[in-house]
Design a protein around this ligand. Sequence first.
Ligand code: G3P
Ligand code: CA
Length: 293
Amino acid sequence: MADLRAHRHRLPATAAAVTTAVALVFSLLPGMTAHATGVIGPLRAPGEPAFIAAHRGDRASAPENTVAAFEAAVSGGSDFLEADVRRTADGRAVVIHDATVDRTTNGSGAVAALTLDEIRSLDAGSWYAPGFAGEPVPLFEEFLDVLVVADVPALVELKGEWSADEVASIMDGIYFRGVQNLIVFASFSPRTVTALRDAAPTIPRVLIRRVLPLDPVRVAKRYDAVALMTRASALQKSPDAVARMHDAGLGVLLYTLNSEQRWGEALAYGVDGIVTDKPSALDAWIAQTAPGT
Ligand code: G3P
Ligand code: CA
């Protein structure tokens, strides 16, 4: 694999202005909407293999949401990378799951209260293993660089509440690198999904629900989402939800499934994607249970 770190760079101001204009033109074109069958592929039938999304990278072999974890997931054959994105106090997007840096770095405090420089001075690898000492919290742009080099799509989860202006601020980096066709946005927040629709209408969106709504199709359509992402327990309570969503041309993704039993149940439902902490193991399991795919 090429050296992903060699591609890390900041967006020059002039290029940022150009890409802002390009993004604006895209956002103003009428009738341009995102479709489920684009980046996530054809909707699956029961028994067909779902795509594999490496949850926060390959957490089984590297510290979550670091470039090392994303590179490991790419090497392990993941179909998708899943990453969590938050904003710093000075408005920069960084890849980190928790609202605070306490669990996954050697620092403390809320991501939203720390500047980018403060967050970049932290060690996001030592807590996991000494061999990862000095691994930084990635800039969102560094995560995008992984996609450029690997040509792998990503489920980009925006954590918390994002406004349309805040969403627009990260679109420059996406268009500048030409990875707009590799991105699927996701969020638990209906407000954020609405902001995504307004600021990035051509990038597919996924609404995450811990519990499925009574009418999942209506909810997905209300937010113009190409899919809902939910938990296995939610599908057990609504076993016909996948068929209803598929009949409407909408996808269903499940998080976070880490056992062969759960993977088997997910494929039996015909879900389209599985988010897992064990992407290499799921890849091997799918190769064994559905050879030739
Ligand atoms: O991909 C969905 C899943 O990542 C949502 O849960 O808390 O791991 O971000 P969480
Ligand atoms: Ca996530």
